[in-house]
Design a protein around this ligand. Structure first.
Ligand code: LLP
Length: 413
């Protein structure tokens, strides 16, 4: 479900004709729909309404301040993984008491910054990290709240690069070592061990891997309780899949119907950390066709966006739907590789894709690009990063200016 639909063969975002935005803003640019974003948040929040829960948006998916602000206005919290994300989350207005901090490599400076900002809790991933948080909290005369990230050793059946809950992954504490880990951490000064965290991967399309991992950690929660450790928070992480192509991911209501009965009687507040589910289908990348190049082997549609703007196809061989901004039902179909201008053969958006015949100057939309799009963009080949535009009903505004050539040099001496 999203608000990018055709009207009379022209692609609109909510009530705005996308071609009009492109004429004003230039290409490439990211385009976000406010309504789509908020609807996704509300749908998930409503689905879990029966139990005490907090949605902490995983801002790595898309850290744009305007989008973050929209979510925090809805009551949403934030899941962060760095000092930079903490800074952004605070600037966007997230309540520090709704911020959870994950990641295997938090630095001393980042830990101190988070403690001084009074975040809700750290999701701890190793003993040396717990010891460092304890030392810094002691020096600052504070108590750091922690959840321990447990690796449930469950296969989320997703791309290898975005699987995180198997025992060979770098994340979390080994399931079997967890009880002893909890007891050891509990001995450290100035720490309050309040929760358990899991995150098994990303773009997960069925509830089964969640059910399997939650069942596993519930056994652990009971074991801990029997040995005197009572936890108040269970954080089940993020990872809910979205539609990119012909996936049929679970709707929020079905997802909640599978999860709520498992966790309702744990006596814990549930935290969810969705990223992609909230923003993935709320954003698209608009690009212009530069050239159509025919070789003996193939047709290449060369566009002005590149892997520097959206790296998912290059990195994960990810599928993104590609639609013409102006549809022409009588146009011929073309089978082509859609590629960018970067000097890498990996710079592609699609291989052998059937699309409506296009020519120089035509606009195309790369769909489902709201998550891990701009947030993974780079300046490779000295390409300025694109503008970001937010639509609200019949109006739009630039929420991040396109970078300039001067921006590319500004930190150099
Ligand atoms: N919580 C933790 C601890 C995470 O590591 C992540 C994502 C999330 C929540 C949010 O996951 P989501 O709900 O968005 O699936 N760049 C990749 C995805 C990497 C995900 C990293 N961790 C992609 O473009 O598919």
């Amino acid at each position: 479900m999203h608000q990018f639909q055709y009207r009379n063969n022209e692609l609109y975002c909510e009530q705005v004709r996308i071609k009009d935005i492109a004429e004003q803003v230039g290409t490439p640019f990211y385009l976000y729909s406010r309504q789509t974003l908020i609807e996704h948040y509300r749908r998930l929040d409503t689905a879990f309404a029966a139990i005490d829960h907090l949605i902490c948006y995983s801002i790595k998916a898309n850290f744009n301040l305007a989008l973050c602000k929209l979510l925090c206005e809805q009551g949403c919290g934030a899941d962060i993984v760095s000092g930079g994300e903490l800074y952004r989350a605070l600037q966007a207005g997230f309540d520090p008491q709704k911020i959870v901090y994950a990641g295997v490599g938090k630095t001393a400076e980042e830990i101190e910054y988070a403690l001084n900002s009074n975040i809700l809790m750290f999701n701890v991933e190793s003993m040396p990290e717990a010891e460092l948080i304890s030392q810094i909290a002691t020096r600052l005369k504070k108590t750091a709240k922690l959840a321990i990230r447990v690796n449930p050793d469950v296969d989320a059946h997703t791309h290898d690069y975005i699987t995180t809950g198997k025992k060979e992954n770098k994340f979390g504490i080994d399931y079997h070592d967890a009880p002893e880990f909890y007891h050891r951490v509990k001995q450290l000064p100035n720490l309050a061990v309040v929760g358990m965290h899991i995150h098994i991967g990303s773009q997960i399309e069925t509830p089964q891997p969640y059910i399997a991992s939650i069942k596993r950690v519930i056994t652990l929660l009971h074991k801990l309780r029997d040995s005197g450790i009572h936890l108040d928070v269970f954080n089940m992480g993020g990872g809910m899949g979205i539609v990119y192509h012909n996936e049929r991911p679970m709707p929020a209501t079905e997802f909640a119907a599978a999860i709520v009965p498992l966790v309702a009687n744990l006596g814990c507040r549930l935290i969810l950390e969705p990223g992609r589910y909230l923003v993935g289908n709320a954003g698209i990348l608009l690009t212009k066709v530069l050239y159509v190049k025919k070789t003996h082997e193939k047709t290449f549609v060369i566009v002005d966006a590149a892997m520097t703007d959206l790296i998912r196809p290059a990195l994960y061989n990810a599928y993104h739907e590609i639609l013409p901004v102006v549809k022409n039902d009588s146009a011929k179909m073309l089978e082509a590789d859609i590629v960018g201008p970067v000097c890498e053969s990996g710079d592609f958006f699609a291989h052998n894709r059937k699309i409506q015949e296009v020519q120089s100057g035509d606009l195309v939309a790369i769909m489902s690009a709201g998550a891990y799009g701009f947030s993974m963009a780079s300046n490779y080949n000295c390409r300025p990063r694109p503008a970001e535009v937010l639509v609200e009903h019949a109006t739009y505004r630039i929420v991040r200016k396109r970078e300039t050539y001067e921006d590319l040099l500004k930190n150099e001496k």
